[in-house]
Design a binder for this molecule. Structure first.
Ligand SMILES: [Fe+2]
Length: 250
């Protein structure tokens, strides 16, 4: 099984973001991947027009699975992307694809940049993972650990010990998929591989990289010149997950 993983599209009714998403989806259009996972910040402001465009762009023969990020708005996300009635409740969605479970959790706190999995989301995740023993991916927007990028480490997912407890009960989880960082990164959490997709809209800079000290009036520690990229995760029969990064020209 091969899973395409992209994140942080930040569609904002501007042609720039749209062309980058179109380039990534154009690249994927010719690939027989089994699923496409998008780990949040699909819209930049959560406007209905942004989700309408996202719904048009995020099309693929394989299932396209989405979760919200801190720039998304739950009610508009539900109606515009999922075709569900508007509601401000957490958006937790599970789907099985080819015998593999994808559990996508809502790590957002409405109106805030930082992340947290509500008790209801964790209970849902625990119950969902209890429903079988095949391989499972758990996806959310905010990484539950620091990753060396100060901008996002300050607004990572907190309350992570509760998530670790759930994961410890379910060895079927082969990897965690996240976004938020705007850089392709690989680490671990609770002994489980954590793969973070790069930002389609921009790439964040490590403190040692030129430009990382820029103020927000100069664009901040984000590089908007580099081309968009994504991850392709290969799930092996033994449960290992190998992740490949692809840069897409646009
Ligand atoms: Fe983002």
């Amino acid at each position: 099984m091969i899973i395409a993983h992209l994140s942080d599209l930040h569609l904002d009714d501007d042609p720039r973001a749209e062309s980058r998403v179109a380039a990534v989806m154009g690249y994927l259009a010719d690939l027989a991947v089994d699923a496409v996972v998008v780990t949040g910040d699909i819209a930049d402001h959560g406007a209905p027009s942004e989700y309408a465009r996202a719904a048009e762009l995020l099309k693929h023969p394989a299932p396209v699975l989405v979760c919200p990020g801190n720039h998304d708005v739950r009610a508009e996300f539900r109606t515009g992307l999922l075709g569900l009635p508007a509601s401000g409740d957490p958006i937790d969605v599970a789907q099985e694809v080819g015998g593999v479970l994808f559990a996508l959790c809502d790590s957002t706190i409405p109106g805030r940049g930082a992340g947290f999995l509500a008790d209801s989301s964790l209970a849902w995740l625990d119950e969902t993972l209890s429903g079988g023993d095949g391989p499972a991916f758990v996806a959310f927007h905010h990484p539950p650990v620091e990753v060396g990028v100060p901008l996002v480490d300050a607004i990572r997912q907190s309350g992570e010990d509760r998530l670790a407890s759930v994961l410890n009960r379910h060895p079927r989880v082969v990897a965690l998929l996240a976004g938020h960082v705007h850089t392709g990164a690989s680490t671990t959490f609770a002994g489980v591989p954590l793969r973070i997709a790069p930002g389609v809209v921009s790439q964040s800079l490590l403190p040692v990289e030129p430009g990382a000290g820029r103020g927000w009036d100069e664009g901040g520690p984000l590089d908007y010149e580099r081309p968009p990229s994504l991850l392709l995760h290969v799930l092996h029969d033994d449960g290992r997950v190998t992740s490949h990064q692809r840069i897409v020209s646009c």
